[in-house]
Write a protein that binds this ligand. Structure first.
Ligand code: UDP
Ligand code: MG
Length: 315
């Protein structure tokens, strides 16, 4: 029997928190009855600086059930850092931790299978979606594009896996040795190694409240994901620059030839287009390089990733 903590980051989730608490407590009770986990197992909510009633709801639920624990972060630090705060908090206390989103879009019925796979020796068990039918057209296609792009850039990712996963204690301990501020868990965890396994499920629609991932947040996650794992974009820029130089040389040779044969081309518009195009390519490339420089800048500051200001804990 294992001691389990389900770690749930939440940001402005007042619409669904009560329901989430009840569902997860019932699940823990069932798993305890079937002898999979100890009755000390619990849910840890990480309140990621919500500005709504989320924390008050958690306080009430904590009083009602001894399975509900929570920590309150001083500010909104984002999904990935909130999740990390939760994992860090439980690491010495439990054998395994499962992370899941507060909206329970991921099917909690496979949690039992995750624990079974852990007992058969897997240190990491990924929850993988069968399909993306419950996603909007935009999200589905942008996600597909993202996975393809990540693979092309040389980053190991698990296709159609978000942050629904089981980790053993030693994996969490290893993860905590990664001190970088700009975390992209979906990339780091597959690179840790260990024996891994997957469980498959169909993702549901959000039960209430709104998605906290706007298009701009998704793009940021994607660009962080890539730049945290590989410098291949910079290599590609170098190659691109080289190819453009070859083009320029060819154009130079062509101009020389046409000068000597006496037919000089007027071509003002083609000149402007090429200037603008190359200007654009250069700015874009400098932007990418700048992103890496900026990252290095922020990492050298070694700022704390989060601050826990309140704890609700049953002994
Ligand atoms: N979340 C968080 N901090 C944030 C944004 C989101 O802790 O700044 C939590 C949110 O409460 C949820 C999870 O991260 O539990 C995933 O967010 P959401 O369901 O909105 O994302 P989606 O499922 O639409 O990708
Ligand atoms: Mg969601």
């Amino acid at each position: 029997m294992y001691k389990l903590a389900i770690v749930v980051p939440c940001y402005n989730e007042e619409a669904i928190l009560k329901n989430t608490c009840e569902t997860l407590v019932n699940l823990l009770d069932d798993l305890t009855l079937t002898g999979k986990i100890t009755d000390q197992s619990y849910v840890l909510f990480v309140n990621d600086g919500s500005s709504d009633d989320s924390w008050n709801i958690l306080c009430r639920e904590h009083d009602l059930s001894n399975r509900i624990n929570a920590i309150n972060l001083a500010a909104n630090v984002g999904h990935q850092n909130a999740l990390l705060a939760g994992l860090d908090y439980v690491q010495d206390d439990v054998d395994i931790a499962i992370s899941i989103d507060a909206d329970l879009q991921d099917d909690i019925c496979v949690i039992e299978q995750m624990i079974d796979k852990y007992s058969k020796g897997a240190d990491i068990v990924y929850g993988v979606r069968n399909n993306r039918k419950s996603d909007s057209f935009l999200k589905r296609n942008s996600a597909n594009l993202f996975y393809k792009f990540m693979t092309a850039m040389g980053v190991k990712t698990i296709y159609n896996h978000a942050d629904f996963r089981l980790m053993s204690r030693r994996v969490i301990k290893q993860l905590m040795l990664y001190k970088e501020r700009n975390l992209y868990l979906r990339g780091i965890i597959p690179s840790l190694g260990y024996k891994t396994d997957c469980v498959y499920y169909t993702r549901l629609k959000r039960g209430g409240g709104k998605s906290k991932y706007s298009l701009s947040k998704m793009l940021r996650l994607a660009s962080d994901g890539i730049t945290s794992f590989t410098t291949r974009p910079i290599t590609l820029i170098t190659v691109l620059g080289f190819i453009i130089i070859l083009f320029a040389l060819a154009a130079f040779v062509y101009t020389l030839i046409s000068y000597f044969t006496g037919n000089t081309a007027p071509g003002w518009s083609s000149l402007m287009i090429s200037i603008w195009f190359l200007g654009g390519v250069q700015l874009f490339s400098i932007g990418i390089v700048g992103k890496y420089v900026g990252k290095a800048y922020f990492e050298t500051k070694q700022r704390p990733r989060y601050d826990i200001v309140e704890e609700l804990k049953h002994e």
